[in-house]
Design a protein around this ligand. Structure first.
Ligand code: AMP
Length: 251
């Protein structure tokens, strides 16, 4: 089986090299994934990445990776960003855009990319548009995963993550065999700080206010593809692949 690049350049910044280096594709796909927290966007990004060979570029993962750095290794902007994240609030656009600009090499990658969690606001989308235009790179589509609000909240509050292998469980929908213990590596499952009820409320408000308008932004550019996020991860994935194929973007 092909080893996936470890996304070091994305997670740690441009000075870090991905291992193995990403493979250039003949028709690399460049997608943006949109969706409220909890619609299963991260899982879909992993499935798409496995099929399309493009890296999942998640801004949330950059911040989570920064949490493991020694405080002295973090810039003041990154330390402040982690406080916003803990509260469930959006990190300021300027911080996010600086981080993405430092990683422009990942947007140029010959393997394509799957942007996950970025852009999150209209100013971020406008900045991305300028960045890509400068690089003469076009987006192929923007997949927007949709699910009713009450389902989203139920999914998020029951989500449990393994700190070791990053496997995700759900107390009702996908419980581990032993409560609180990862089926794969035996790690002690935890609830992400931002999946706690008070943070979920703030995240949903941020989504409605700042991110939902992005659907219109991309609809106007004829890039928006809506995908129902009901059903199993495989069903949702099949739906997205079908929608991409209908736009002539199959692999
Ligand atoms: P995620 O894993 O995408 O849900 O992101 C986790 C948290 O990181 C969010 O709740 C925000 O605090 C922060 N974050 C991630 N991406 C962005 C972004 N593009 N703009 C602002 N904040 C972000």
């Amino acid at each position: 089986m092909e080893t996936k690049p470890d996304r070091k350049s994305w997670l740690r910044g441009a000075a870090a090299q991905c291992e193995p280096p990403p493979k250039a594709r003949t028709n690399p796909l460049r997608l943006v994934l949109l969706g409220a927290p909890g619609v299963g966007k991260g899982t879909q990004a992993e499935l798409l990445s496995a099929r399309l060979g493009a890296c999942q570029l998640s801004t949330g993962d950059i911040f989570r990776a920064a949490k493991t750095l020694e405080p002295c290794e973090r810039t003041p902007a990154l330390t402040a960003a982690l406080d916003y994240m803990r509260r469930g609030e959006l990190v300021p656009d300027s911080t996010v855009l600086d981080l993405v600009a430092e990683r422009v090499e990942c947007l140029r990658c010959g393997g394509g990319f799957l942007l996950d969690g970025f852009p999150r606001t209209v100013p971020q989308a406008e900045a991305l548009e300028r960045m890509l235009a400068k690089e003469k790179i076009g987006l192929d589509a923007v997949l927007s995963y949709e699910l009713p609000l009450e389902r989203v909240v139920a999914r998020l509050s029951g989500r449990r993550t393994c700190p070791g292998c990053k496997a995700v469980f759900h107390v009702q929908a996908r419980p581990p065999k032993v409560e609180g213990v990862c089926d794969h590596c035996g790690g002690k499952l935890y609830q992400r700080e931002d999946d706690r009820p008070e943070s979920i409320r703030v995240r949903m408000e941020a989504y409605e206010k700042s991110t939902a308008p992005l659907a219109d932004f991309y609809r106007q550019r004829n890039l928006l593809v809506t995908v129902s996020a009901e059903g199993t991860p495989e069903e949702i994935f099949a739906r997205a692949m079908k929608a991409l194929a209908a736009r002539g973007k199959s692999v």
